[in-house]
Design a protein around this ligand. Structure first.
Ligand SMILES: Cc1cc2nc3c(=O)[nH]c(=O)nc-3n(C[C@H](O)[C@H](O)[C@H](O)COP(=O)(O)OP(=O)(O)OC[C@H]3O[C@@H](n4cnc5c(N)ncnc54)[C@H](O)[C@@H]3O)c2cc1C
Length: 452
């Protein structure tokens, strides 16, 4: 870090200040440090700390290699070779999509399931190892952006756990504050997703049976009438179990979250059958209103990355990958902006275009995931025009490149709309439910972000 800003108010001057030390913040900070930039990262919590979002995608793996953490992640994760789906109508006939069938041969054939406390801690420590100046238990409370007409630095104020106020000056500010969406709120950029809304309830359990052999690390997804349930096996024997539901259903909760989670599991017989003998091993949390985006991901002297910019839904385990891949792209953009400020708008626009493309490609499938047609297509996939493999490529996280996987996805979309035409009444009922729920404001959360 550079000079201290003032003797009475410690802090400092740096090239880039990153708000938040989750996967997005640690990754962009690490990448910028790898490029020789002077970076300060401020994180309000102390790692390791709990976070939801434990299932990763194969396309994360090349990013781990670039950050130099591939071996360390392999130590804390268990391999996930595929994603298994079950519908209530066929409880004994789950269907597993294996990543090794992805269309592009360079797609890794496995991902990992991780405890986020360990994963996020590892990434944060790695950024420190690469030279990032990391301050934990340091909460950013104010950002004053420079007037673009006059130029100058961005002023950031933070408060430590001891109540000390720190003042920083940076050429560039990155907001990676996750669902706190620090800058998007301050600048009034945050918009609810008008097309999609969901809420979730989740906890960790012991003694939930795993799939045999190589499938032991696969994620399981069970559809039921209010949404879908996940089971994510963790390395130490625990199983992360959660339900992502239409918010109107979660709003009916009138009992402690633990009881409500059990009641919800009971509504899904194949998932409930697997939970016989399971013991709750953590607090149960409920959270909602997580489908949003900011109207822009950048402005003069700042950008938003990861959940600080947008989040849609956890169904395809895309959150961490979008956060980290956005961070890689963001680091390239910031580095170029610092070298060539006159061209900064162009670099930042290119960053935003890329990030939006990734989010958009996941969103189409996410919005329709609970529809009867999508269930049918997922459970009896056709590989005509390599549609099934196109879906697998998307499930693996191959969303930024334009390859033949995108053509296969277009064929899949056409097949979807043809089926919708054949099942119009049920499809309209689903569409009306989705639209109604997009307007529901969830109020039963147990996490601080829900209040915001
Ligand atoms: C129910 C649910 C299930 C999910 N499951 C998955 C999954 O299986 N797989 C997956 O990939 N994704 C999943 N996600 C999404 C995933 O959790 C997020 O997309 C991911 O954590 C985003 O990373 P991030 O770094 O942007 O934000 P975060 O991981 O939230 O990190 C933000 C950090 O910023 C810090 N911070 C916030 N405000 C400030 C401040 N003012 N000052 C300093 N620090 C601050 C926070 O303490 C936090 O450490 C799930 C999400 C939900 C809601």
């Amino acid at each position: 870090m550079g000079d201290t800003a003032s003797a009475s108010v410690p802090g400092g001057r740096c090239q880039v200040l990153v708000i938040g030390g989750g996967p997005a913040g640690s990754t962009i900070a690490a990448r910028l440090a790898q490029k020789g930039r002077e970076v300060v990262l401020l994180e309000k919590a102390r790692h390791p700390r709990f976070h939801i979002g434990e299932s990763l995608l194969p396309m994360n793996l090349p990013l781990f290699a670039e950050l130099g953490v591939a071996d360390a992640i392999a130590q804390i994760g268990i391999p996930k070779y595929g994603a298994e789906f079950t519908i209530p109508e066929a409880p004994d006939a789950p269907r597993t999509y294996y990543f090794e069938r992805a269309l592009n041969p360079d797609t890794p054939s496995a991902a990992y399931e991780v405890r986020r406390s360990e994963f996020d801690h590892l990434l944060l420590e790695n950024s420190r190892r690469l030279g990032v100046h990391v301050l934990e238990e340091t909460h950013v409370i104010d950002v004053r952006l420079a007037d673009p007409a006059r130029g100058g630095t961005q002023q950031v104020t933070a408060r430590t756990a001891d109540g000390e106020t720190l003042a920083f000056e940076a050429d560039f500010v990155v907001d990676a504050s996750g669902r706190d969406t620090f800058l998007a709120r301050r600048l009034e950029l945050k918009e609810r997703n008008a097309e999609h809304n969901s809420a979730a309830i989740f906890g960790h359990f012991d003694a939930v049976p795993r799939r045999p052999g190589r499938d032991a690390g696969n994620i399981s997804i069970y559809w039921f009438r209010h949404g879908w349930i996940w089971m994510i096996p963790l390395r130490d024997g625990a199983m992360s179990v959660g339900a992502v539901c239409f918010p109107e259903y979660l709003k009916t909760r009138n009992c402690p979250p633990e009881d409500f989670l059990w009641q919800t599991l009971e509504l899904c017989p194949p998932a409930f059958a697997r939970m016989q003998g399971a013991r709750l091993a953590s607090p149960v949390n409920a959270t909602g209103n997580f489908s949003y985006r900011a109207s822009t991901a950048h402005g003069p002297g700042y950008l938003l990355v990861g959940d600080a910019f947008a989040f849609v839904d956890p169904v395809f385990s895309s959150g961490v990958y979008i956060a980290m891949s956005g961070a890689f792209r963001g680091a390239d953009a910031v580095d170029r902006c610092l070298d060539d400020p006159a061209r900064a708008p162009r670099y930042l626009r290119a960053f935003e275009r890329d990030v939006r493309r990734g989010v958009r490609r996941f969103s189409w499938l996410i919005y329709r995931f609970n529809s009867p047609v999508m269930r049918r297509l997922f459970m009896a996939p056709s590989n005509a025009l390599r549609m099934e493999q196109g879906v697998i490529s998307l499930l693996a996280g191959d969303v930024y490149r334009t390859t033949r996987a995108q053509w296969s996805m277009l064929a899949f979309q056409a097949a979807y709309y043809a089926h919708v035409a054949l099942t119009l009444p049920a499809s309209i009922r689903f569409w009306l439910r989705r639209r109604r729920n997009a307007r529901v404001r969830f109020t039963g959360g147990t996490t601080p972000e829900d209040e915001a």
